[in-house]
Structure formats: structure tokens, C-alpha cells
Design a protein around this ligand. Structure first.
Ligand code: DCP
Ligand code: CA
Length: 530
């Protein structure tokens, strides 16, 4: 599964280092109208009244801040906002966070205070802290250190990282159960897991005429921020893709996992008539079409789209002329058409070649490998994700800045979206490139530099697909392990969704070793295209 076009979740976490405070000047200007411009927040809806939530979100955006619609633990949030009575364990349970907290969590009354006083107030007295062993050596995280690389990647579309945020625990558990059901086929044995299976199904999708229409429904619900409907449809699509025969009755649809009566109605309607009235309705709604278009601007999510719509903006030209755009949105608007266009894989190969050559010129022996949909063998790619490392374990460190400087000087890199994002020992650049010559389009490019001892896990992660990765992570949980782009750990102890022991790193020098430790058969990249 490929994530939404060129825009993706923040793949690498953490923020706040001083080296990052070189963001484009534009982002740092704080006028009265944008006193919240340093905020990139996520508001946990649990316990907050819907109307108040809407007001908070709208006001934060109104004053230059960013509000992420979905929680993704890999994002660089400046703050997580919670209702005043929510404590950290409850927040972590709702968000299914099981590692130590890396975010500044603040009570919602702090946000109200800022909005009331029209200034960014100190949040110290409103901050929630996790109870943990005191480590006298660890520096205290400053409250108001804001990561200037808050990227407004509002369109995070990883449903498993999202949550219904319903306030009852029962709902939380149901959601977890529900989501897991799409990741394995209702069996604890590892061979039944999505990640243990080849995406090259022996049979083609017998219900493509149905899943194509349902995909359109997902896109619409994503653009209106209706994540749970989008997720419901996604699960049904997965089920239908695997169904060995064409659906021939309502009952047949209804009998399948993740398909309830209402979805069965829709599926049966398409099966019978080839059409879906609801989709037609959506397609004829000017508002929905415009929201969809606005959420396709890089750096804009459903809330920004809604705000623009409420401001009376209707076209991309309107955005260009009248909207208050941040730097990334300006690039997204200017290159709107180019970014929407998936490039042929041959072009991705040419882009890889340019980067590879430049990297080798800086550091002989360097490895530059394009991952993502390209490595999975897809014929078109939304962007190019290039992973860079060096087998000597240290020379990769010299490459990041020099490489980007070279590629900018040659005119290959035309725009920065995120100049440098660091997590642990990994560094990531997100930007725009253009191959030399006539009639070339601007293309989205990510360059990620990783140390060699993290290369195996980084390769697995950045090769994806995102759905495959989610399945891997769930399988890890079942085996008391954890996996991210840095490392595979075993002996992880979880209490509920909380990690009470981080576990120990298992050396995984290659992708094969990751599969081996997880006790699933190795799948080459083209079989991970789930
Ligand atoms: N990734 C992930 N979870 C996400 C987003 C990304 O695990 N929510 C990983 C898996 C993806 C890889 O990062 O394959 C690259 O992300 P892309 O968004 O570039 O996705 P693809 O390359 O798979 O698709 P596209 O062709 O649309 O770029
Ligand atoms: Ca990609």
C-alpha cells in the first residue's frame, strides 16, 4: 500500500536540537497574528467537548500554529494537548503508546490561556510528567523548546497510529482488536500474518471493480478527516482483495471479516449496478471536491483545507493569491500539479543515479539505495526515498550536509521542505528535485542517512509498504519484541500498552536477519507491496 502520494508521515522522530534551529526565516517570524507559529500540536480529543475541540483547533491554526489530525508517535510535535483531568498513563493507553514519553504533554487549559492572552505562555505549570526513575545525568527537557521543523504534515494517514479517541476504555480495546484483525488473518501463528505472506497473490483481485470505488470513498473520508470511516473502508478493501472469487450476493459480502451490513449494502450496490450512489453524491459535492484538492497540497491537512474553504478560497490559484501559506504550503501550491503526478520508475532510477554519483564523489564506498515503492518494484513512484549508509560504520557522517550542498549547487535540488530532521543517529532531508533537461517535472525526494548498524532495520522500514510495516510491528508485539527504523529489540515487557522494559537490541545487519529473528520467511521487496 502506498501512502498518500508524495506526502508521508514523519518517519523519524524526536526534535528540539539546537542544530535544527536554522529553519527558513519565514517560519520564525512571529507577528501578533501568528503568535502560535511555533506550535505543532496534537490535541487528544478524549474528554474535550466537540465544540471546544473545534474552537481550539481553529484558533491555533488561525494564529499560525499547526494542528495534526492524527497522532503518529514518529512526528515532531511541539506539544500534546490533553484535557485537564487526563493523566499520562491514560493518555498513553488511548494513544497506544508503549515507549517512554518523548513529548511535552500539556493540559488544555494552557492552550486556552495562550489564546486568551494572545501570547505563547510558559507551559511549565501545566505540563504533565511521566513517573519514572530519576536520572540525574539526563538534561531536563525545556518546556518551550519548540522544534522549528514542525512540518505541518497534517495528512498523516496511518490508521493504526490513529485512534478513535473515544473516552471509554471498552472502545479503545475494541478499536485495537478491530485494527489488528486486518493485520493478521485471525490466527496467532506467524505464517498467517500479512507480513509473512507474499503480496504477489497467486490470484488477481477478483473484486477490483468494487475496491476501486471503495478506494475513492477512502480518499474522500480522509479529506474530511473522517478517519474511522476511512479505516473501515480500508479494512473492507483488504478483505475483498483477498477474497478468491467475485462477490455474488449480499450475504457473501456480509460474511467476510471487517464487513458489516452497511458496507455489505454498498458492496452489493456496486456489484449489481457498477455504481455507488454515495460516491456519486460525493463527486457532485463542490465542497468535498475542493477539500480533497486542498488536502492534496503538500503541508496541508483536513483542518487547513477546511479553514481555507471557510475563508472562501476555492481554487489553487485562490490559495496562491489570497491564503496565508507557510513555506511548505507555498512550495506545495506552486508545484501542485507536479507533486500529484506519480513518476515512472525509470525516472526514479535516474534520480537515484544523480544522488548516488554525488554521494560517491564525496565518500567512496558509500551505499545509496532507493527504497519505498521503487524498491518494491512498482511501475510508478510518488516520491524517491534514498537511504544512504557506509559499510565502515563512520564515513556516513561526512555525507549529509556536503551531499545536499552539492545537489543544491548543481541545481538538482530546487526546494527544501524539511532541511534536516534528526532522530538518534539518523538524519533525514525532505525536498524537491528536478533532473536536468527539457520537460522535466519537479519531484519529491527524501534523503535519509543512517549508520551501518541500523541499515538492516532502516531498509525494512523505508522499503515498506506502510501496511506491511504495521503488520511487522504487531507481530513483534506478540513476540515481546519491538521494531522501528533503528533497531529490533527483544525481551520487551509491556503492561497493557505501556512498555515497562525497553528490551535489548538484537543485531540485525541485514534485512534477512530481521525476518529470521521474527521467525517469518524472508520476503523480497516486491513481495512486500501489501
Ligand atoms: N512508511 C511507514 N509508515 C508510514 C509512512 C511511510 O512505514 N505511515 C514507510 C513505508 C513506506 C516508506 O516509509 O514504504 C516510504 O514512504 P512513502 O510515503 O514514500 O511510501 P511509498 O514509497 O511506499 O509509496 P509512494 O510511491 O506513494 O511514495
Ligand atoms: Ca516513496
Amino acid at each position: 500500500m502506498s501512502s498518500k502520494r508524495s506526502r508521508k508521515d514523519a518517519n523519524i522522530s524526536e526534535g528540539g536540537s539546537s542544530s535544527k534551529r536554522i529553519q527558513l526565516e519565514e517560519d520564525n517570524k512571529v507577528s501578533e497574528d501568528s503568535f502560535l507559529s511555533a506550535l505543532n500540536i496534537f490535541i487528544l480529543p478524549a474528554g474535550i467537548q466537540k465544540a471546544r475541540l473545534t474552537v481550539l483547533k481553529t484558533q491555533v491554526i488561525r494564529y499560525g500554529g499547526r494542528v495534526q489530525d492524527m497522532f503518529d508517535s514518529t512526528q515532531n510535535f511541539s506539544h500534546i494537548i490533553v484535557e485537564d483531568n487526563i493523566d499520562i498513563p491514560r493518555m498513553k493507553r488511548i494513544l497506544k503508546l508503549d515507549s517512554a514519553l518523548e513529548f511535552t504533554v500539556v493540559k488544555s487549559s494552557w492552550l486556552s490561556l495562550c489564546l486568551r492572552n494572545k501570547k505563547l505562555e510558559n507551559c511549565e505549570n501545566y505540563q504533565l510528567h511521566e513517573e519514572k526513575k530519576v536520572n540525574l545525568n539526563s538534561p531536563k527537557k525545556e518546556d518551550n523548546v519548540i522544534n522549528p521543523y514542525n512540518k505541518s504534515r497534517e495528512n498523516a494517514s496511518d490508521p493504526v497510529n490513529s485512534s478513535d479517541y473515544e473516552s471509554s476504555d471498552e472502545n479503545e480495546q475494541n478499536n485495537e482488536k478491530d485494527m489488528t484483525s486486518t493485520l493478521h488473518l485471525k490466527s496467532p501463528q506467524t505464517e498467517k500474518w500479512i507480513c509473512a505472506q507474499s503480496s504477489k497473490s497467486p490470484k488477481p483481485n477478483m473484486n477490483k471493480h468494487i475496491t476501486d470505488k471503495l478506494e475513492e470513498m477512502v480518499k474522500t473520508y480522509e479529506s474530511t478527516n473522517d478517519r474511522w470511516r476511512a479505516l473501515g473502508y480500508q479494512k473492507a478493501i483488504q478483505t475483498l482483495r483477498r477474497h478468491p472469487k467475485e462477490i455474488s450476493s449480499w450475504e457473501e459480502a456480509k460474511s467476510l471479516p471487517s464487513i458489516g451490513a452497511r458496507l455489505a449494502d454498498k458492496i452489493w450496490e456496486i456489484a449489481q449496478s457498477g455504481e455507488l450512489r454515495k460516491l456519486k453524491e460525493f463527486e457532485s459535492s463542490e465542497e468535498l471536491q475542493i477539500l480533497k484538492m486542498f488536502t492534496n497540497v503538500w503541508g496541508a491537512g483536513p483542518h487547513t483545507a477546511q479553514l481555507w474553504y471557510q475563508q472562501g478560497l476555492r481554487t489553487i490559484a485562490d490559495l496562491q493569491q489570497k491564503a496565508h501559506l507557510n513555506h511548505q504550503q507555498k512550495v506545495g501550491v506552486r508545484l501542485y500539479d507536479d507533486f500529484l503526478d506519480r513518476m515512472p520508475r525509470e525516472e526514479a532510477a535516474e534520480i537515484e543515479e544523480v544522488v548516488k554519483k554525488a554521494a560517491e564523489g564525496i565518500q567512496p564506498g558509500i551505499i545509496a539505495q532507493t527504497c519505498g515503492s521503487y524498491r518494491r518494484g512498482q511501475s510508478t513512484c510518488g516520491d524517491v526515498d534514498i537511504l544512504i549508509t557506509h559499510p565502515d560504520g563512520k564515513s556516513h557522517k561526512n555525507v549529509f550536509h556536503k551531499l545536499l550542498a552539492n545537489l543544491k549547487e548543481s541545481g538538482f535540488l530546487t526546494d527544501d521542505l524539511v532541511s534536516a530532521e534528526e532522530t538518534g543517529n539518523q538524519k533525514k532531508y525532505m525536498g524537491v528535485c528536478k533532473l536536468p533537461g527539457q520537460n522535466r517535472k519537479h519531484r519529491r525526494i527524501d534523503v535519509i542517512v543512517v549508520p551501518y548498524n541500523e541499515y538492516g532495520c532502516a531498509l525494512v522500514y523505508f522499503t515498506g509498504s506502510a501496511h506491511f510495516n504495521r503488520s511487522l510491528r504487531h507481530l513483534c508485539k506478540k513476540q515481546n519484541m519491538s521494531l522501528n527504523e533503528h533497531a529490533l529489540k527483544q525481551g520487551v515487557v509491556r503492561k497493557g500498552s505501556e512498555k515497562i522494559h525497553e528490551g535489548t537490541v538484537v543485531p540485525t545487519p541485514t534485512e534477512e536477519s530481521v525476518f529470521k529473528v521474527l521467525k517469518i520467511p524472508y520476503r523480497p521487496p516486491e513481495e512486500r507491496d501489501h
